[in-house]
Design a binder for this molecule. Structure first.
Ligand code: VGL
Ligand code: ZN
Length: 206
């Protein structure tokens, strides 16, 4: 698969949130989320540069429905920076749910970037938190390392993968989503909307 994909020195594989809570049996399970791990492993073996993100929330995080009395998962609330979808408690720092899926085998990753660790702000994107102005430092890291093209895989297509791909474009990087190595949550048409937004922003797909 993807035999014509020959990543070079300036290409990086960005593996988004390959964690237990996003896989079947997890707190915010994405259908067939676990199925992408073997493919990610095979792709990773070809890349010289790999970065993995890890959703990493403190207990009582503002994106958890349980933090807001009377609210339920998948409803939308308003936080200081605008609308925020509320989720089941997931990826709590140090828990098994927050750990990488056991089938992920990417020992050559050079950076593990944690996100969503501030109580009051969620972070779908690997580049910016959901207030859209607090950077994670990833753009600077990529520039300083002279990495120019980002290949994205992981969970979930319509949330963290999409936001990361859009921000990669916004920061001037080439962005390519490897579709077969992503799975979606798909809340109320969010997957179709995500593909359209990514296409409009110049995100390539293979
Ligand atoms: C994600 C919802 C909440 C994701 C993370 O990885 O797509 N989605 N936290
Ligand atoms: Zn999260």
């Amino acid at each position: 698969m993807y035999d014509d994909l020959n990543p070079g020195d300036r290409d990086v594989l960005l593996v988004i949130d390959p964690q237990n809570d996003f896989c079947p049996g997890g707190a915010l399970a994405v259908a067939q989320g676990d199925e992408i791990m073997p493919l990610i492993n095979r792709l990773a073996a070809r890349f010289a540069h790999i970065i993995i993100t890890q959703d990493w929330h403190p207990a009582g995080h503002s994106s958890f429905a349980s933090t807001h009395p009377g609210m339920r998962p998948f409803e939308t609330t308003t936080l200081s920076y605008g609308p925020q979808t509320l989720w089941p408690d997931h990826c709590v720092q140090g828990t098994t749910g927050a750990a990488f899926h056991p089938a992920l085998a990417v020992p050559n990753a050079e950076l593990i970037l944690r996100k969503g660790f501030r109580s009051s702000v969620d972070s779908y994107s690997a580049f910016y938190e959901n207030d859209r102005e607090t950077p994670t430092g990833l753009a600077g890291y990529l520039r300083e390392r002279r990495l120019a093209r980002v290949y994205l895989v992981g969970l979930a297509t319509d949330y963290c993968v999409q936001y990361s791909a859009l921000d990669a474009r916004r920061e001037g990087f080439t962005a390519v989503v490897i579709k077969a190595a992503c799975r979606a949550i798909d809340l109320q048409g969010s997957l179709a909307a995500a593909w359209q937004a990514m296409r409009q922003a110049g995100v390539a797909t293979i």
